[in-house]
Design a protein around this ligand. Structure first.
Ligand SMILES: [Ca+2]
Ligand SMILES: [Ca+2]
Ligand SMILES: [Ca+2]
Length: 145
């Protein structure tokens, strides 16, 4: 009798752990409403490298091949992208040479950085993984409320 109860408890706990770990492993997909879906023009759930560089280049509002901080912040807010209050930090992360603007080569580097298996296409999984690593570590407690 006791053993039976133990088994039930154990299998219940096991199922519970599975649910919890599945929840933890699965990357949240909320940001797909943003850059990914903006960039995925042919809706095949893949962001090709040209689609990726294209969507970031829409941040270059005055078409001078450089994305200034103002352009970046403006576009981020205008597109209603997530975590707008952290956009200055995102800008800093993409501006790898720290010269205060994002160049075409920095966009290309960013897009290639997302493409983990280097097949020239960014899958949703690759996108989620890198987005989480790059941008979502700064989530604050207030965002969880
Ligand atoms: Ca510009
Ligand atoms: Ca730069
Ligand atoms: Ca890929």
């Amino acid at each position: 009798m006791e053993f039976g109860r133990f088994l039930i408890t154990a299998s219940f706990l096991g199922a519970f752990m599975l649910v919890v770990s599945a929840e933890t492993v699965k990357p949240p997909a909320h940001h797909r409403d943003g850059i990914f879906s903006l960039g995925d023009k042919n809706n095949d759930s893949i962001l090709s490298l040209p689609e990726c560089t294209q969507v970031w280049s829409t941040f270059d509002v005055d078409s001078d091949d450089m994305i200034s901080k103002i352009e970046f912040l403006f576009r981020w807010r205008f597109s209603n992208l997530n975590d707008a209050k952290h956009a200055p930090l995102f800008f800093r992360l993409i501006d790898v040479d720290f010269d205060g603007s994002i160049s075409k080569s920095e966009i290309e580097k960013l897009c290639k950085f997302f493409d983990d298996d280097e097949d020239g296409r960014i899958s949703m999984f690759e996108y989620d993984l890198t987005w989480e690593g790059l941008f979502n570590f700064i989530r604050t407690d207030s965002d969880l409320l």
